[in-house]
Design a protein around this ligand. Structure first.
Ligand SMILES: N[C@@H](CCO)C(=O)O
Length: 371
């Protein structure tokens, strides 16, 4: 595909586009007759097709990495992407796909099957590797043979690493923020607790709740569990301590309800925000995908898989992350060919520091990734 064709098939800068990438047989055996991937883009693919960067979102993220003309709302990595920013969109053509199995435009459990019914409980078990294989088909359609860089944090980091392991010839450099080579037992354990919270909601109906009440309580509980792991004990203590929320009394009852501590109100707020924007089935599918993350699966071992990575790595961690521990990033860096520093984001808030403070690493990213 030539750049000329591309320009005509791409939407205006930033508008959400959706492409059909065909049927897919999933790693675990399930099948979909037709998969669509949604994506946003920034900048312009050059004639040689060699200035493309793929940005992969985290668990509940979406395609909106940064503000665009079409959608001026700030994105989740606003500071990293845009004119003059570390990923300079005057220079790079950036693609951000929504992961299959989610609920931001790509095919997911709420999408209709060929008869028009939501897939629901029949949506196939999805792995990070499935997502990457489908994203490669999107790249084919956009005329991108090789990405200069694939970059992401948390589950986006897992996708970036999987890209480098699955398609070594198609990734020049890979940036993995706040993620190791495989989900650890504790990360799997936190994931399971979140999935159970949703499945035990009386409205879950085995995953076929569309058209009826949504298992919002379960999703809200899952988000509360998750959000605690995304922050730190120190941050919560300094920020909220034992303060009651407003006029509420955590020691008293009013209208048969105990008043809340501030931190409870904060978690309620985080839960509500996710419930308002996310499908519980998609949360389960993506959480299971993240639990399945293991770059060594089917490749001998993690060490063998990583020894074959040819992309230049940029490994980053948040110093206070208690979910994706910096030592896991060190293990990853040590197993990749060559000598690699782990770049540290200094933040007291924990895992979410990869979202709030990635600009700290702007200079190191420019240098290592050749941006
Ligand atoms: N807050 C992020 C953290 C997951 O890494 C999200 O919801 O995607």
């Amino acid at each position: 595909m030539t750049a000329q064709v591309l320009t005509s098939t791409l939407r205006p800068d930033g508008a959400l586009a959706v492409v059909d990438v065909g049927a897919h047989t999933f790693d675990a055996g399930g099948e979909l007759p037709d998969v669509q991937l949604a994506y946003e883009t920034w900048g312009t693919l050059n004639a040689a097709g060699d200035n493309a960067i793929l940005v992969a979102h985290a668990l509940t993220g979406d395609t909106h990495v940064a503000a665009t003309e079409a959608d001026p709302a700030p994105g989740w990595w606003e500071g990293l992407l845009g004119p003059g920013r570390p990923i300079d969109t005057e220079k790079w053509f950036v693609v951000a796909p929504a992961m299959v199995g989610g609920c931001y435009g790509s095919t997911g459990p709420a999408s209709p099957d060929p008869e028009g019914r939501p897939w629901g409980s029949r949506f196939p078990f999805t792995t990070v590797r499935d997502a990457v294989r489908l994203e490669a088909r999107l790249a084919d359609q956009l005329g991108i043979r090789r990405f200069h860089t694939v970059i992401g944090g948390s589950m986006g980091g897992a996708r970036a690493l999987e890209w480098a392991a699955t398609f070594p010839g198609r990734v020049g450099s890979v940036a993995v923020f706040a993620c190791g080579a495989a989900a650890t037992a504790e990360q799997i354990a936190f994931g399971q607790a979140q999935i159970k919270a949703i499945e035990n909601d009386p409205h879950f109906a085995g995953g076929d709740y569309y058209g009826g009440p949504v298992p919002e309580e379960g999703l809200g509980l899952a988000r509360r569990i998750a959000h605690i792991t995304y922050r730190t004990e120190h941050e919560l203590e300094v920020r909220f301590g034992r303060q009651p929320q407003g006029e509420e009394d955590p020691f008293g009852w009013s209208a048969r309800r105990r008043g809340r501590y501030q931190v409870e109100s904060y978690l309620d707020h985080q839960a509500r925000k996710l419930v308002d924007r996310f499908d519980p089935n998609a949360y389960i599918v993506l959480t299971e995908a993240l639990m399945s993350h293991d770059v060594g699966r089917g490749r001998g071992s993690v060490a063998e898989a990583l020894s074959r990575v040819t992309a230049t790595p940029f490994i980053a961690a948040v110093e206070s992350d208690r979910l994706y521990l910096p030592e896991q990033s060190h293990e990853l860096a040590a197993l990749l060919p060559g000598e690699h520093e782990v770049h540290m984001i200094s933040s007291p808030i924990g895992h979410d520091g990869f979202l709030t403070s990635p600009e700290q690493l702007a200079d190191q990213m420019r240098e290592t990734l050749g941006l």
